[in-house]
Design a binder for this molecule. Structure first.
Ligand SMILES: Nc1ncnc2c1ncn2[C@@H]1O[C@H](COP(=O)(O)OP(=O)(O)OP(=O)(O)O)[C@@H](O)[C@H]1O
Ligand SMILES: [Mg+2]
Length: 312
């Protein structure tokens, strides 16, 4: 059973790639079969953190149908506990502007990857690709900086992600879908209200679509005085989006992160005792437990969305 985990953020440069690369490595070390895919379409750079400058095959080969299966573009790092890695695509126009069919093919391809944990680096921003890749997963992780701008961008990202998820849940209800199609919504509440006006019970159904959505929060480049903004974010998300975002952990500002980057190695490999590497190890330990719980719930409830009962 593969547990899919996506990593996203509102703002760029919050440390998603640094975090996901290190988590992938730490989780692979526990003996789990881990695959990391770089779906930061147009801005892929996770391969650099592994010192892989010109990957022989990448996501582009799959998207342009040079190969038929995503498994054909997997790189296996035997020196990194067998970690599997799919480098992202370069900035060709064709791949940066994925069509609906191409995106469906990609998502189908992801479902065919054999791993215990599939990690997805989604890339920053609120474009449809980023939102859809983020929401595709079983579990979601948001990486933010503690400053107000990053926090506000993350709030917007979560708001748009929830709106898109709810709109998607109405696709089979032609009456509601027809009304909601091509309209712009600024708030989740607006979607709920309009849907309910069209069909009684639509609001409850829409809320159901978000029942398992509890993105986990990582605050990166954290410092002692910066706790207030993430706290406010959690309150705001609870109040206006009616979702809970449990805190998965914090990673401190650490010069060793950049030093490792310049050596093209993950910080947890090069400086395992540095403050950032230690925090990442704690977070990886929590994810390991969450994955175990998720699988246990999946078996006992025979459902693919078992995040409901998971707490960190
Ligand atoms: N905890 C940290 N301490 C010091 N520097 C950090 C820390 N986390 C990230 N950085 C630095 O911040 C920069 C951005 O990190 P990274 O590329 O992982 O962000 P990103 O969210 O993936 O960016 P993008 O949105 O462009 O994909 C890098 O130079 C990285 O070394
Ligand atoms: Mg990145």
């Amino acid at each position: 059973m593969t547990v899919t985990i996506s990593i996203g953020s509102g703002k760029g440069g919050t440390g998603k790639t640094m975090t996901v690369v290190n988590l992938a490595l730490l989780l692979a070390k526990t003996g789990r079969k881990v695959c990391l895919i770089d779906l930061d379409i147009g801005g892929a750079d996770a391969h650099i953190l592994f010192g892989l400058f010109n990957p022989k095959w990448t996501l582009t080969d799959f998207l342009t149908k040079k190969v038929g299966s995503l498994t054909e573009v997997v790189h296996t790092f035997y020196s990194h506990h067998g970690l599997q890695f799919i480098p992202g695509t370069g900035n060709t126009l064709q791949t940066a502007n994925l069509s609906y069919q191409e995106k469906r093919r990609l998502l189908r391809g992801l479902a065919g990857i054999e791993a215990d944990i599939l990690l997805i680096d989604v890339g920053a921003g609120t474009n449809y690709h980023a939102l859809d890749f983020f929401m595709f997963s079983d579990l979601q992780i948001c990486v933010t900086l503690p400053d107000p701008a990053a926090i506000m961008d993350l709030y917007t990202f979560l708001q748009l992600a929830t709106i898109r998820k709810v709109l998607g849940s109405f696709l089979s209800q032609s009456e509601v879908a027809a009304l909601l199609k091509n309209r712009h919504f600024n708030a989740l509440q607006e979607v709920f209200e309009l849907a309910e006006k069209t069909m009684e019970g639509a609001k409850a159904e829409a809320q159901q679509a978000l029942r398992y959505f509890h993105p986990l929060l990582i605050v990166n480049r954290d410092s002692a005085g910066s706790r207030i903004n993430p706290f406010k974010l959690r309150k705001m998300v609870e109040k206006y989006l009616n979702i809970d975002i449990p805190e998965l952990g914090n990673i401190p500002e650490d010069p060793k992160v950049d030093e490792a980057l310049k050596s093209y190695m993950p910080v947890c490999d090069l400086f395992p005792h540095s403050p950032a590497a230690r925090s990442l190890a704690v977070i990886a330990g929590k994810i390991d437990k969450i994955v175990t719980l998720f699988n246990r719930n999946k078996i006992s409830h025979n459902t693919s969305k078992s995040a409901e009962k998971i707490s960190v």
